[in-house]
Ligand binder design. Structure first.
Ligand code: NAD
Ligand code: UD1
Length: 338
């Protein structure tokens, strides 16, 4: 089986490529490198001991993308490519909608042109907005509060419409909760450009001494310790979720939607403490005001994926923090040469 992975040089894509190669799939990556480096692809090959094909192509470049589909018959696409900084999407909505929506439409058109009927799409827990109840099941209403989130909601709807028009398609919408951690080798991991937006990469940079302290965005939420609660999931568990989703597509399920989370929520302070333990370091922090748009709590009911994909997250927060720390200490500048 030959899998085309869009955004395969990025954080979740690179970890998924390792698992795909180890499972014996042939892998072709298409990535514009707008938020990643080709070095990650080199390390994926090193970890897996297998070669993969890399094309530096932007999804907006229809002829460049078509040339990749023309070269070899593709059995399924895993579509990770997209921009993901929420604040940036608020400041640059046109850029985000063009890259994430138009880029995806070009991909779907080229897939149709070449008769590729199997797709795994990276969605997000962001499509649930501020949920009315917890844990979150797949049938909760969808909403968004920023262009990044709206693009996910809209792309899910576009895929439901495509499926409605052609029920021979097989599409898995995977809604990730909060991906963290790194490959246990410490060779690949999350490599944010500039100052990280997300909690765990920020804590890691404080622990390694690149940033002076963590700012905790509010301790007055209605949560056990007042800080925000999220469902952190190890990126290797997410990667294996993609393997199970591909196997599911092979059974012609039509369009299916799954939460990929652990079902457990941890607060910001619990994450800080777990990371301090993993790193053997104190993590200095200061409580500041809430971040606009943040919600109090968010965690998945992952039982549908457990039931229908035979998939379950197996790694806890200690492994998440330990693996992040290993990646951070071995690669203080990410993939960039020091
Ligand atoms: P990432 O930025 O590390 O990876 C995305 C990759 O897509 C990058 O390598 C980037 O260069 C590439 N890309 C972006 N636009 C492109 C285009 N037009 N053409 C070709 N390549 C392009 O992000 P990630 O964390 O690995 O996220 C992967 C997917 O999962 C994204 O769609 C993201 O929205 C989704 N997601 C991520 C999270 C998260 O917290 N990391 C949570 C939920 C969903
Ligand atoms: C982020 C995205 C969201 C995406 C989700 C899944 C934003 C605003 N939202 O949400 O669209 O679907 O990831 O990956 O980026 N925190 C601090 N200090 C920090 C950073 C974060 O206290 O410096 C807190 C936040 O208030 C929150 C928790 O840590 O309570 C997690 O934050 P973050 O890692 O940014 O993820 P989400 O807010 O869940």
């Amino acid at each position: 089986m030959r899998i085309l992975v869009t955004g395969g040089a990025g954080y979740i894509g690179s970890h998924t490529c390792v698992e795909l190669l180890l499972a014996g799939y042939e892998v072709i990556v298409v990535d514009s490198l707008i938020n990643s480096r080709e070095e990650s692809i080199r390390r994926v090959a090193e970890i897996s001991g297998r070669k993969l094909n890399f094309h530096k192509v932007d999804l907006l470049d229809k002829s460049g993308l078509s040339a990749v589909f023309q070269e070899k018959k593709i059995d399924a696409v895993i579509h990770f490519a997209g921009l993901k900084a929420v604040g940036e999407s608020v400041a640059m909505p046109l850029h985000y909608y063009t890259n994430n929506i138009t880029g995806s439409l070009v991909l779907f058109k080229v897939m149709a042109d070449y008769g590729v009927r199997n797709l795994v799409f990276s969605s997000s827990a962001t499509v649930y907005g501020d949920p009315a109840a917890l844990p979150i099941t797949e049938d909760f209403p969808l909403k968004a509060s920023n262009p990044y989130g709206w693009a996910k909601v809209m792309l899910e709807q576009i895929l439901r419409d495509l499926y409605h028009a052609d029920p021979t398609l097989n599409i898995a919408l995977l809604r990730y909760f909060n991906p963290v951690g790194a490959h246990p080798s410490g060779r690949i991991g999350e490599d944010p450009r500039g100052i990280p937006n997300n909690l765990v990469p920020y804590i890691a940079q404080v622990a390694v001494g690149k940033l002076p302290e963590l700012q905790i965005f509010g301790n007055d939420y209605t949560t056990p310790d007042g800080t925000g609660v999220r469902d952190y999931i190890h990126v290797m568990d997410l990667a294996s979720g993609h393997m199970r989703a591909l196997e599911k597509l092979a059974t012609n399920p039509g369009l299916v939607t799954y939460n990929l989370g652990t079902g457990k929520g941890y607060s910001v302070l619990e994450m800080v403490n777990a990371f301090a333990k993993a790193a053997g370091k104190n993590i200095p922090y200061r409580i500041v005001g809430r971040r606009p748009g943040d919600i109090a709590s968010c965690y998945a009911d992952p039982s549908k994926a457990e039931r229908e994909l035979s998939w379950e997250a197996t790694r806890g927060i200690d492994a998440m923090c330990r693996d992040t720390w290993r990646w951070q200490t071995k690669n203080p500048n990410g993939y960039e040469e020091p």
